[in-house]
Design a protein around this ligand. Sequence first.
Ligand code: GCO
Ligand code: MN
Ligand code: MN
Ligand code: MN
Length: 386
Amino acid sequence: PFAPKPADKFTFGLWTVGNPGADPFGGPTREKLEPAKIVELLGDVPGVHGVNFHDNDLIPIDATDAEANQIKKDFRKALKRTGLKVPMATTDLFRDPVFKDGAFTSNDAEIRAYAVQKVMRAMELGAEFGAKTYVFWGGREGAESDATKDPVVAIKRMREAIDFLCQYSIDRKFGYRFAFEAKPNEPRGHIYNAVTGSYLAFIQTLKHPEMCGVNPEMAHEHMAGLNFVHQVAAALEAGKLFHIDLNDQEFGRFDQDYRFGSISYKHSFFLVKLLVDYKYDGLKHFDSHAFRQSNYDDVKAFARGSMRTYKILEHKVKQFNKDKDIQKLLRQINRKSKAAEQLVSKYSKSNANALLEREFDRKKLAERPLPYEELDQRVFDLMMGV
Ligand code: GCO
Ligand code: MN
Ligand code: MN
Ligand code: MN
């Protein structure tokens, strides 16, 4: 009953299911797979919509033209065999030592220009495979010490690069929508535009705000100790939720990239509820890794589990929205008053005067019951299937 379908738009990355399990303290625990092999692995997992990549997940940074062509050929064949799409592409602006001090915000003008060139080429590569969403994650755009870089200048450098690339996308008719992904730290000590809300503000200062939105990631906001659901709500309400990175994370820990729903049951439930209630129909990318202990069979279980969890939560959301007791409690909590609503819904001098005249019984208002304990327990019972 919880079988995913391609129409659910669940996606994975070459770098997520293909992650070989290395961490800062130890090397890989799984063999490195060629891109075509990763596509085949995902093809064995029913219901996947697509696979996303960074330029260098597909084509190594030092590949010759002949090598690049062979990789693309094999990759394209695997896509055809499995029916998987490439809906999103992005740029690796963090792995190579040249980006150790950032890409668009590097203190070296030549490195900044090289970064923009690398994105232009990567946009072309993504477009070759049909990608329409282009993600910007500024993993190295930051500082360990603010002695090293002026943070205001960094914002201006970032804007200059994005304005340039927006216009390039328009000129080349790629049809991309840009999605900015915030993260507070890791790999840098501090990353600029630390949370989704920062990007929502930044977008409004761009030359082409209409083609720019955000790609919020659950783990990133949880690393910062924030409520992810609220960050996504802000993006949704602004019409800027262009993509979403689903995974999980213990609050306050290092970047863990756990399977979606594996830690934060309740936050994950309310996240899915938000996406269902507001009819988000964009891509849902699982930006997570299987445990370091897993072999590639278990990586498939990880991919199946990510989608299954989402579908189960979707089912629970439907139950929540149909549950008579819950809905009754919600009606009770949301007290309506036509007269009061009319007074403040729109400013007019007469409304303002009427509002100033009106008498409110503050004590009585404060006494109206709010059975939030009862409601919250119902959510727990529902989630646990009791
Ligand atoms: C991370 C990030 C990345 C980005 C990816 C897409 O924590 O490393 O989430 O996985 O999502 O680089 O640009
Ligand atoms: Mn991440
Ligand atoms: Mn990560
Ligand atoms: Mn991510």
